[in-house]
Design a protein around this ligand. Structure first.
Ligand SMILES: Nc1ncnc2c1ncn2[C@@H]1O[C@H](COP(=O)(O)OP(=O)(O)OP(=O)(O)O)[C@@H](O)[C@H]1O
Length: 215
């Protein structure tokens, strides 16, 4: 479905990614781990269109999408969940999720889908709360809901388990499994391999800018 072909990235003199090659199949879950600053977010940001590669290509369903904007990539089914959640703070939880569905559906259908999704993620009880008042755990769940509200084929989850206590981390894992069961392909980053082993079909690390097969 998606191919990362010979992607390298440098910021000035700093080489962050070196000739990365990766293929993600439909419905596949891939985990990538590595320490702070190894380039995990940069790789996800290049696939989602927030960053341009210094060289190399991103191919989706055989089409070169390297020059596509974030919005066009969302339209063709690529969605990104930020490590630090970025909700529309002045909007409610419901309105945040509604915005994604409105890209594909009329208002009535989008509202129905938004309610269903909030129920599925067990945050329907806070649907009228402004995003600015949410706890860390609630924010992570809202970020996941927002990222699936565009109905992606490929979801890029940047450290979805970070900055959470054990209970909230377990809860996020449950929701990630629900998305996997719905057939959404995912690329998930984390600092440690262990948490990725519970969800991934294949695991890689990034060392010195290179992608290393880890299982
Ligand atoms: N726009 C930028 N300009 C300059 N340097 C950058 C830029 N974006 C990222 N970097 C640098 O590239 C390196 C990789 O950053 P990246 O955010 O991809 O790491 P990461 O593996 O996701 O780290 P973390 O686990 O801390 O989120 C870091 O040294 C970072 O400072």
């Amino acid at each position: 479905m998606l191919k990362v072909k010979n992607v390298s990235k440098q910021f000035g003199d700093l080489v962050v990614l070196r000739e990365i090659n990766l293929e993600i199949d439909r419905g596949e879950v891939i985990g990538i781990f590595g320490p702070n600053g190894c380039g995990k977010s940069t790789l996800l940001r290049i696939i989602s269109g927030f960053e341009k590669p210094s060289c190399g290509k991103i191919i989706m369903e055989g089409k070169n999408i390297t020059g596509f904007s974030v919005e066009r990539r969302a339209e063709i089914g690529i969605s990104y969940a930020f490590q630090i959640p970025k909700p529309f703070e002045s909007l409610t939880v419901f309105e945040n999720v509604l915005a994604g569905f409105l890209l594909r559906y009329d208002e009535k259908e989008a509202a129905r889908k938004a309610s269903d999704l909030l129920r599925k993620f067990d945050i329907d009880h806070i649907s009228n709360r402004k995003a600015t008042y949410l706890s860390q755990g609630e924010l992570k769940l809202l970020e996941l809901c927002k990222s699936v509200s565009t109905e992606p084929e490929l979801l890029l989850l940047d450290e979805p388990f970070s900055a959470l206590d054990r209970e909230n981390s377990k809860n996020v894992m449950k929701k990630v499994r629900l998305m996997r069961d719905d057939g959404i392909a995912m690329l998930i980053t984390a600092h440690k391999k262990r948490i990725l082993e519970r969800i991934s079909d294949r695991i890689f690390s990034i060392e010195n800018g290179r992608l290393i097969v880890e299982g």
